[in-house]
Design a protein around this ligand. Sequence first.
Ligand code: NAP
Ligand code: G3H
Length: 481
Amino acid sequence: MSLRQDNKKFHTLLNNKWVGSQSGETVKIYSPDDQSITGEIPALSQEEVDAAINQTADVQANWEATEGHERSELLHRWAEELEKMTDEIGEMIHKEVGKTLSSAKGEVKRTAQLIRHTAEEGLRTHGSFIQGDAFPGASKATKAMVQKVPHGVVLAISPFNYPVNLAASKIAPALITGNTVVFKPATQGAVSGLLMVEALVKAGLPEGVLNIITGRGSVIGDFAVTHDKIDMITFTGGTETGRHIAKKASMIPVVLELGGKDPAIVLEDADLDKAAKEIVSGALSYSGQRCTAIKRVMVVDSAADELIDKVKALVADLKVGLSSEDAAITPMIDQKSADYVLSLIEDAREKGASVVHEGVKDKNLLGPTLLDHVTEDMEVAWEEQFGPVLPFMRISNELEAVALEKRNAYGLQASVFTQNLENAFAIADKLNVGTVQVNGKTSRGPDHFPFLGVKNSGQGVQGIGRSIDSMLRDKVLVLNL
Ligand code: NAP
Ligand code: G3H
């Protein structure tokens, strides 16, 4: 059987064979643009998930025993095959998750680059050799050889918003380090994930080294997470799901990339043209559906009117429409997410925020809404909107921004806009986040930089080098000479 059962129905991968669910049950995926069906994927049963995990575990020892350079070559071939499929996969990402075609194709190209970089970086992993005599009572005759070994079977769970990139950023580091993979794609985005793996199969993936489990996370997720043959979990998605998975996973290593409420802190001496440009792109690209989107602006009162005017002018020029119309602001992933954004706007309006730019509201298509005079009692000041609404909170000085940030439940990134670098560093030191961007929008890349969230934004570190580290554990051999 092939990946495609027909124009719309897709199979999943088990031991390099494309198969459906035994029950024939499927999950339908609807386009955010017009709710048409973009694809159907197998709804696997727990028994089928069990079989997929067991069969992955069966080949772990063989895969781990392959030479590192062979695994690296496989990844290079994967990157090549992926690039050849850029148009096809880009088209699918575009339809499934409502990204514009150019941004969807950009995701595929970025992913090929990420895989290549991982293939190179993975060759440089090494352990260490420690002599015992540094510790009283031991001597040079006691030596530890610290090897780096894979965890085993890695469960990789990806979110809808980067169905290819945030899947490959888990799969590639797992494979290069000798782990096998059970891949659970987000349902919305699953077909793009399947196509990405088709490229890996074309590249020569050995049987069973990666299997895919498709179906709703709410149905098969807990079963997979608690399966005794899963040795490590790497997850990107919502904070609630991440926390739930971490609890269920109990003692196995878990890396979590979760939500954010990234602030842009704008000081009086900032280059306001630059700040406005970065804020608009940081907050509203892909309609704000990025963990790293700027999700609240804290601006000193003296600069607020000017900044907001500049942001308003840029936002007024953004085309709002369907992703198929190449609009800048496109429909949100589903109606539930759009309703949530609307509820935040309503709450803020009722509590006295001024709407300085109002977006259209047409089902799940929401135009950008800018809210000024947002205060601490409003939900939008604290909750992750994951959509095209941007709250502005006026502050008297940077100390107030730091104090507000201390109460942020999230800690992914923050931006500081000022021309005084000393001041920027001082503020950065005080912010409890994974990354501080100075005079630039919050964002994950370049993909080899460490990427992490603290507090409700995650656990562990990603970014190519750190993701590779997370896929390995120490194994110590002590020589007593
Ligand atoms: P989500 O609803 O948490 O889903 C993420 C993944 O988890 C999906 O594959 C989902 O499968 C699966 N899942 C659901 N329940 C599960 C369970 N009990 N056990 C195992 N897996 C389960 O997140 P999303 O809606 O795709 O993404 C939006 C959220 O992710 C936002 O909060 C955003 O901030 C965050 N995010 C964070 C980052 C980051 O880098 N920090 C990146 C992207 C997104 P189904 O699709 O089948 O439900
Ligand atoms: O949605 C979460 C992603 O990790 C954000 O990546 O900053 O490259 O858009 P990005």
